[in-house]
Write a new protein. Structure first.
Length: 398
């Protein structure tokens, strides 16, 4: 439950209200989201799932929700999805000045409140919006700028994120996913910890254990095929295990700009018959993969949370993950899986799970226990309470 910052009525009673009544108490009838990518974008990831799921849950509570994002190639500009209006236009990078211009011209003012998804490059909403707002900031991008941009553009991106944006957002209510991400935001961006609320992401009810595990060792990885996810390192680690487990299979789910490089790496290892790049698959296929896998692996360099870890956990599958911000809270160390600080330790943890039936059973139970504490209803409610408090506080100041 979100800690209520203002204990004077009516905010002190929000926790006892249904979501629709929380919105009514705050006078919240409509919300505008601004986000970089839409859920239908080929490169959509956890941030887009987080945004769209909260928006959907709020819409189900009677709130009018509109989402403004960049265009999706080959898709219509405007649509209704899950009770929310979605407007997808502007290019991948031209979206940011377009949003600022729209905001300054009043084009995004027809709502009671604003939710900005700050995904690396901010929209600077405190500069152009006078509406009560909250900011979803999942993690600091830091070295990620260098992975996707030229040196000069990467330096500019990091300057904006670490120096310019904190001055603009110093009084904003930030909502992040984990305590470790909150600490990182405080340390690297200098934002006040009292202005940062932690609300973990949920897990959809469709993720639950069913059926038997694969009859042969099966490692699963899920995510966008981009440099920060370090699938190349993961392929090297898993390839080292193949000599010890001849029937080992490694499945990678996801699509992205690194696909060709990863395909070449797999060919060079002669591993095409046991390392499979599955690309985008249906939800039903993903759930089946979670349930069949012996272990989920994530060697990502930076995450806000790592929702695939808790999704797999809800299906009874433990994880081995890199020891980074975000992963620290997504896994229950030693009970639902293991964290590793380097490739050698990562390989050792995978080996220990693959070779020990009793350990896999123990970790599967721990994964189920850990995942039971997360729900999208709680996530959406926590975020709504934060926005409601901002609205009530704003009204009092006026």
């Amino acid at each position: 439950m979100t800690e209520l910052r203002d204990q004077n009525p009516p905010t002190s009673s929000l926790a006892r209200l249904a979501m629709a009544d929380v919105a009514q108490a705050a006078g919240l009838r409509s919300v505008q989201f601004v986000a970089w990518r839409d859920l239908d974008d080929p490169e959509a990831g956890g941030s887009e799932v987080h945004c769209s799921t909260i928006a959907k849950t709020w819409a189900e509570s009677g709130i009018e929700v509109n989402i403004r994002t960049s265009a999706v190639p080959g898709k219509i500009q405007k649509l209704q999805r899950d009770g929310c209006g979605v407007n997808r236009r502007s290019g991948r990078y031209s979206l940011f000045p377009s949003i600022v211009f729209e905001g300054l011209m009043g084009g995004l003012a027809d709502h009671d409140a604003l939710v900005e998804v700050w995904n690396g490059m901010p929209f600077f909403s405190p500069f152009w919006s006078k509406k009560p707002s909250i900011i979803f900031l999942h993690h600091v991008h830091a070295e990620m700028w260098k992975m996707v941009l030229s040196q000069r553009r990467a330096q500019l991106g990091w300057f904006i994120e670490s120096k310019l944006a904190p001055k603009i957002y110093k009084n904003s209510r930030i909502v992040t996913l984990s305590e470790s991400s909150k600490q990182e935001i405080t340390d690297l961006l200098g934002l006040a910890p009292d202005n940062i609320s932690v609300i973990p992401p949920g897990i959809d009810a469709k993720f639950y254990p069913l059926g038997k595990k694969s009859d042969h060792p099966l490692i699963l990885a899920v995510g966008r095929l981009v440099k920060v996810k370090r699938f190349d390192k993961l392929i090297d680690i898993v390839a080292n295990l193949k000599t010890r487990y001849p029937s080992l299979e490694f499945l990678i789910v996801g699509e992205g700009s690194e696909r060709e490089n990863l395909e070449s790496q797999i060919r060079n290892k002669g591993a095409q018959d046991w390392i499979k790049l599955l690309g985008h698959i249906s939800n039903a296929q993903l759930i089946k993969a979670y349930r069949s896998a012996w272990v989920l692996a994530s060697y990502s360099q930076r995450e806000g949370w790592g929702m695939t870890i808790t999704e797999a956990a809800a299906c009874g599958t433990p994880s081995v993950v890199s020891q980074i911000t975000g992963h620290v809270n997504a896994i229950d160390e030693g009970l639902s899986g293991f964290m590793a600080s380097d490739e050698m330790e990562f390989e050792a943890h995978l080996d220990s799970i693959l070779c020990d039936d009793d350990l896999r059973v123990k970790l599967a139970k721990g994964a189920l226990n850990h995942s039971a504490s997360f729900s999208w209803q709680a996530t959406a409610r926590g975020a709504l309470e934060e926005l409601a408090i901002e609205m009530i506080s704003s009204r009092r100041r006026r």
